[in-house]
Design a protein. Structure first.
Length: 200
């Protein structure tokens, strides 16, 4: 499976995605354009593996709402409902600090979890950190595709790295430990430079 996935990603011909250039405001039209791109990219990768992609639904929440799988944090993926939830108050804050690619990173990371689910990679034998770093790696791959399509602006990749670092933590003992800032940045860049590395 791992090898097939890598082949699927690498042999993907580009230029078929309904992307729009990133815009300064991380608003709902932007979310929906980026989601379309993610749907198309991962849908094609999975199709080549013989898997039908059940596209995740993306919901934008205000700060206080909860989601089907818990309180609304920055962004998360609910496995059972195959839904992605964005806390727009927190996303906006992050985008203000880092730049528009912070939102792009968050959405691409959550799509990574949806892809993991379709590939049977969300199994309980894996640590949270392993799963999270792989999602960062898959987000990096999506940035690479975006770059090849010419829709990354100068600085967008760096913003992605910054976001990965800002969402890292040092709670080694905590079951929800996502990886240190450095580990997350490394996983993201690894997926950007070599999609195969996400499955090694
Ligand atoms: Zn995650």
């Amino acid at each position: 499976m791992k090898k097939q996935v890598a082949v699927g990603i690498i042999s993907l011909s580009l230029g078929l995605l309904p992307f729009q250039p990133l815009q300064a405001a991380w608003d709902r039209p932007t979310i929906s354009a980026v989601s379309d791109g993610l749907d198309a990219f991962w849908g094609e990768v999975l199709r080549r593996l013989g898997i039908r992609y059940n596209y995740p639904l993306v919901y934008s929440h205000s700060n206080v709402e909860s989601t089907p799988c818990g309180p609304s944090v920055l962004a998360h993926y609910c496995v059972n409902s195959n839904t992605i939830h964005l806390n727009m108050t927190q996303i906006d804050r992050l985008v203000d600090r880092v730049g528009d690619s912070a939102g792009y990173f968050a959405l691409a990371h959550e799509y990574g979890h949806s892809v993991q689910r379709h590939l049977g990679l969300l199994d309980a034998s894996r640590s949270i950190m392993e799963i999270e770093l792989q999602a960062d790696c898959l987000a990096g791959t999506f940035f690479a595709v975006s770059d090849e399509l010419g829709i990354l602006e100068p600085g967008d990749l760096k913003e992605g790295v910054t976001t990965a670092m800002m969402t890292g933590d040092y709670d080694y003992e905590h079951t929800n430990h996502h990886g240190t800032p450095r580990q997350r940045a490394r996983a993201f860049l690894s997926g950007f430079n070599d999609p195969k590395s996400c499955f090694e």
